[in-house]
Design a binder for this molecule. Structure first.
Ligand SMILES: [Zn+2]
Length: 204
């Protein structure tokens, strides 16, 4: 356990992989980055598709609401909807359900899902690549420090953004009560089988 923790901490602060590829690897970093105000990034779920989509998530003026745009093949940006940063839900604009944007929408929803229901160590799913363009998601400055590049936000903006979010909580897929109930069932079944055996024994 301690080793896991250490591994995660080292990985987060000197994230050479994320730094080289400008890739965001953790769900909490992804949340802070995409809702920083001026985030521009690319998503590719390369286990499912070769398609890469460029996104922009911008402040819309209303708190907690951010406008999401996707770049089309011709370099033209279209707004696909509004994302709620507290509920992590995407509300699509009318007409944005076109097949050309299908992959982009599912990928973006998947990103929101992986923030809402993070994995145990808060890493994003394997093969799911969220890549920024080397600029801070809030003030648009060029990122230089490896740590900043790994999280997509510069050190100064990170100081402001850090206090905005409560840390993510991992919920195991099965609750403690569920597991206890399951144990109880198993114990009942074992008891039944044992009872049957003891009944049979005198006959044989
Ligand atoms: Zn910044």
């Amino acid at each position: 356990m301690a080793k896991d923790w250490l591994f995660r901490e080292i990985n987060r602060s000197y994230n050479a992989y994320g730094w080289r590829n400008r890739e965001i690897l953790y769900a909490d970093d992804a949340r802070r980055f995409i809702f920083a105000g001026h985030a521009a990034f690319t998503i590719q779920y390369f286990w499912l598709s070769r398609e890469k989509n460029n996104f922009r998530v911008r402040e819309s003026g209303t708190p907690d609401k951010y406008a999401v745009s996707v770049e089309g093949d011709n370099g033209h940006w279209t707004e696909i909807g509004i994302v709620d940063s507290s509920r992590l839900e995407l509300q699509l604009n009318e007409g944005s359900g076109q097949p050309s944007k299908g992959r982009a929408i599912t990928d973006f929803k998947y990103l929101l899902q992986s923030i809402k229901y993070p994995k145990e160590y808060f890493d994003l799913p394997d093969g799911f690549v969220v890549q920024h363009n080397g600029r801070c998601g809030r003030c648009n400055c060029q990122l230089k420090h490896p740590r900043s590049v790994a999280i997509g936000v510069c050190a100064r903006c990170n100081r402001t953004l850090r206090s905005r979010w409560t840390s993510l909580v991992y919920k195991p897929p099965y609750s403690k009560e569920f597991l206890e109930r399951q144990d109880e069932r198993v114990r009942e079944i074992v008891a039944k089988v044992k009872a049957k055996r003891t009944r049979r024994e005198p006959r044989s």
